[in-house]
Design a protein around this ligand. Structure first.
Ligand SMILES: [Zn+2]
Length: 276
């Protein structure tokens, strides 16, 4: 081999070695990133929880109501049921004593915005203001900061979920049982819808600002108890989470994809519903 050809050979080999090296490093990084990214955003968003026992969470939104929430608190106390209240900041500022009572009686108080806007269509600054004002109002009323958020209408983007979780520490709580009580279909319909849809691990949505909802509750509680369900708050339900038995394929998007410990739940997305 002439010195020239040897030089050419060495140059070609070096080029090849560098190319392989350059190829393999980002490839490894990509693989590592993909591994870390799955499951997607574990434990941030829940609309039901996979549990081993007959546990469910009753949730009541949009209050407190001056007249209906105290009635509901009496009912819950009579049934020894702990519920979760997603309160509106404006209403908390108006009736802090009702929220204080609910917290004292063992219910979970959670953030449902200051004035019920659509987070999916708002600036980050607007959302931040809604959350912080309500967080402060709940802290003033109960002495404790909330740890859960239910976005009004279930409307929230994947990006908002991420930064809200990072800044406020909130889990994002949706639901899997929706009786559409805000349409005021009457207590019997509210009850029958809840009884039909509730499963172990369900998060049941309703609103303590509609008289028919409160009217439906005594018999709803009786019948859920007769079916063997046990009532816990949403944080208690999340603490009971066990891995889902199957391994469903990851859901695209993630905006409204329900996840519990990273496992997508088969329940329908509530985000398109005008409830919440
Ligand atoms: Zn609401």
């Amino acid at each position: 081999m002439s010195p020239f050809r040897l030089l050419l050979f060495c140059f070609a080999w070096l080029t090849f070695a560098l190319a392989v090296g350059a190829e393999s490093t980002p490839a490894k990084r990509t693989a590592a990133r993909a591994t870390r990214a799955e499951p997607e955003e574990p434990g941030i968003t829940f609309n039901s929880v996979h549990v081993d026992g007959p546990y469910i969470a009753m949730t009541f939104d949009d209050g407190p109501s001056a007249t209906l929430t105290p009635k509901l608190l009496d009912l819950l106390a009579a049934h020894h049921i702990k519920a979760t209240f997603f309160v509106i900041g404006e209403n908390v500022a108006e009736h802090p004593e009702i929220v204080a009572r609910a917290a004292r009686e063992g219910h979970e108080i959670a953030n449902h915005s200051w004035s019920h806007p659509n987070f999916g269509k708002m600036s980050d600054e607007g959302v931040r203001h809604q959350l912080q004002q309500t967080d402060d109002a709940i802290k003033n009323a109960t002495g404790k900061r909330p740890r859960l958020l239910r976005p009004p209408y279930g409307s929230i983007t994947a990006r908002e979920k991420r930064w809200i979780h990072d800044e406020f520490g909130y889990d994002i709580i949706l639901w899997d049982v929706d009786p559409y009580d805000w349409k005021r279909p009457g207590p019997a319909v509210v009850r029958s819808r809840i009884l039909k849809e509730t499963r172990p691990g369900s998060i049941v949505l309703s609103h303590d600002i509609h008289p028919g909802t409160i009217e439906a509750m005594p018999s709803t509680f009786d019948e859920l108890e007769a079916k063997g369900f046990k009532f816990v708050t949403v944080p208690e339900l999340i603490r009971m989470a066990t891995p889902r038995p199957s391994h469903p394929s990851p859901q695209p998007g993630g905006n409204v994809s329900p996840s519990t410990n990273g496992s997508p739940s088969p329940t329908p997305s509530p985000a398109s519903s005008p409830a919440g």
